[in-house]
Design a protein around this ligand. Sequence first.
Ligand code: ADP
Length: 522
Amino acid sequence: MGNSSIREQIKNVFSGGLGTGHLGEVGSRPVIAVLLLIALVTGAGKLWGDDMGLTNILMLYMLPVIFASVRMGVKPSIFIALVSVLCWDVFFVPPVLNLTVSDPRQLITLLVFMLVAYATGSMSDRLRDRIREAVQRENRTRILYETARGLAAVTEMNVLAQQVVSQTAAALDAEAALFMPGSGGRLKAVAANKSLTDLASSPNDLLAAQWAFDHRQPSGLSTDLFPGARGYHVPVQTEDKVLGVLSVKPANHWLEPERINLLQALAGLSALAVLRLELAEEAQEIKSLEASEKLRAALFNSISHDLKTPLTSILASVSSLVDDDTIYDQQQKATLLKGIKQGAERMYRFISNLLDMARLESGYLKLNADWYDIQDIVGVTLRENQEILEEHSIQVDIPDDTPLIKVDYALAEQVLTNLLHNAVKYSPPHTAIRISVTHTEGALMVAVVDQGEGIPPGDEELIFDKFYRLQSPRNVSGTGLGLSICRGIIEAHGGRIWAVNRSEGGSQFNFILPIAPEAPLP
Ligand code: ADP
């Protein structure tokens, strides 16, 4: 429903199309009709009066009275009763063309006519009021429903404010403005349906709006407060919080109780909508606070595990080598040096992961893509990680006709390294880790399969989230960054990565990369 149709409905309801019984409010058509009816009855009486007799003519004069009471209500119909009895008296009761009001019988006739007029008139007045109320209620419900539906779809505060103001202005045929508190609780207009409306700028209205906000009560026009104000100001509030003030300046400078009710209902709806957005914003803030809290905890954890632990062991080995060089034989020195190398590599991996994550997050990841053979990438990755893989048996299965793929070599190696490290971390020693490559037209799929503990059902997607870690029975350390970095890299290549649990135990991490149509064979 557009704003214009809301306005039409409201006009119908408040324009007094259904009279309230005052002659001044009745349209001219029923008046003309009832006068014609009186003239008709008088004419008929004159023509056939001799046959009808006085009483029947008097009965005919009851017709305009009943018509008037049904169409116009109590007051006009009493007036018509008086006119009818006078006509009957003047035109028919002998002496004709003379008023015989002094006759007590005419007074009784007049009284009966007035009683009939009063009884039928007040009944039809009541009926009209009921109909009027029902129509008002229906329109009010429709307007509120449409407004609520419109506001529910809005997700931004400034759009919401604008919508509240335009719906209110249309529904009440008025200028409207919405005030919300700024710094120090001072109200300021956040939206108005007319840029030059007094509501947002006149000092009287600003004072009245601020009063309504501070005292949680309406003020201004149609109230005894702030006589200089041109608008009616109603607080936009929930049970425990005032969120702002909705103000209207009606075109006819007056607000009937029906419009005040409607405005208050609109203010209630607006309060709910504003509160919904405020809560959504708060939830978002809490979410980002939680994320940064998680980041802080994860970093703290990782710095102690992945930096301090290897650094301590490096320091201890280096001190032993420097201070007690002579007591170690060649093999012991080689073991110490190997420990130093592994510690340094662990630190290096951790720092690279953090840097990669930062690059991915900031959008600064630039792909240095070229044509590579996946066989080379897998071979080099296995060679570079042979020390951590030495307790597992590694199986590689890559068909010879696998086409070249266009990737960033270092990043592809990083994905494989992270997946292999996880396979080692989350599966017992002396089990097999398999890398298999398959391809179809347009896509190359790499699977890293282990025989480890697997992923708890339901967590297959979540483990790709940043800092998402599961408690492992083997109590391995980690940052929860590895898989999210893999996903970032694969998606930057236009591919997809996911994890599945294998029915025979262990997990399988798959990623697919697109193969360009012009991809050469190795
Ligand atoms: P990290 O290994 O540093 O904790 P990742 O992002 O690499 O972080 O992995 C996230 C979580 O996914 C891990 O904590 C682990 O619970 C689970 N996970 C990853 N790889 C495997 C695997 N091969 N087998 C079982 N669980 C795994």
